[in-house]
Design a binder for this molecule. Structure first.
Ligand code: KIV
Length: 284
């Protein structure tokens, strides 16, 4: 069994045993090391990269090259966690394109699995056929959403999500992300599926949870959805440190002797002496 299939098996076991699965996003080596070191089950290199790292308004400007570069960095920092690469907008518009991009993703970044948004069953099946595990994503799917609002409140929408989740399980996804749906609907979906559900804004009864790491750490302040909980305020801590640095530089308190390198006095004298000599020599 490969490392990734063992990790996927562990996630399925956790669901069966009623233990919660943890997933977080990460986009670079350092953050991946922290998340992995904390024992989180899976790291999603989300295309939220576009908004929280690259500064775009939405996720749709993110490219395969962006995702591969960041997923490679995450891979280098993650020893134990399953690393999942998020397929960006337009990278799986048909099965052939989907396979080409998923293979690139897996081969170049060494991610263990990929995630696709929505009901793109043919693309998912084609990727599974070349041996790359797939995580599904239903409910609010930011790549195509017209409006960022709770999904599945109406009967027809709720039934559509239930049907789609069952189809994702049937085609072979190892788990499915449920984003921004009522907790009762997420509970229903979770109880009907054998594969784990990973919720974000979908209540406590999902089999696992995922959050964007920048939201959790207080490193993204453009907006805060109701489902986000800040577990720290690192943005404030970081800005205070930066202000202290600026202040110390301006007051000549940094760098102090403890941050500076000294030179042998004799050598310094000799350098000064030869400088003077060459200046005097040039002048005469
Ligand atoms: O891109 C992302 O970070 C995601 C999660 C919010 C599930 O898709």
């Amino acid at each position: 069994m490969t490392g990734s299939s063992a990790s996927i098996r562990r996630m399925l076991d956790k669901k069966r045993q009623g233990k919660k699965i943890t997933m977080l996003t990460a986009y670079d080596f350092f953050m991946a090391k922290l998340v992995d070191g904390a024992g989180v089950d899976a790291i999603l290199v989300g295309d939220s990269l576009g908004m929280v790292v690259l500064g775009y308004e939405t996720t749709t400007s993110v490219t395969m090259d962006d995702m591969i570069r960041h997923a490679s960095a995450v891979r280098r920092g993650a020893v134990s966690a399953l690393v999942i690469g998020d397929m960006p907008y337009n990278s799986y518009s048909d099965p052939v394109i989907a396979v080409k991009n998923a293979k690139r993703f897996a081969e170049e970044s060494k991610c263990d699995a990929v995630k696709l948004e929505g009901e793109c069953y043919e693309a998912i099946k084609a990727i599974l056929d070349v041996g790359i595990p797939v995580l599904g994503h239903l409910g609010l799917t930011p790549q195509t959403a017209q409006e960022f609002k709770v999904q599945g409140k109406e009967i027809a929408d709720a039934e559509k999500i239930i049907g789609a989740s069952e189809e994702l399980e049937r085609v072979g996804c190892f788990a499915v992300v449920l984003e921004c749906i009522p907790f009762e609907l997420a509970r229903l979906v979770s109880s009907r599926l054998k594969i784990p559900t990973i919720g974000i804004g979908a209540g406590v009864d999902c089999d696992g949870q995922v959050l964007v790491i920048n939201d959790l750490l207080g490193l993204f302040d453009r907006f805060k959805p109701k489902f986000v909980k800040k577990f720290a305020d690192l943005g404030i801590v970081a800005q205070e440190a930066i202000k202290r640095y600026k202040d110390a530089v301006e007051k000549r308190e940094f760098p102090g002797p403890e941050n500076s390198y000294a030179m042998n006095k004799d050598n310094l004298q000799k350098v000064k002496y030869s400088l003077e000599k060459s200046i005097n020599g040039t002048a005469s």
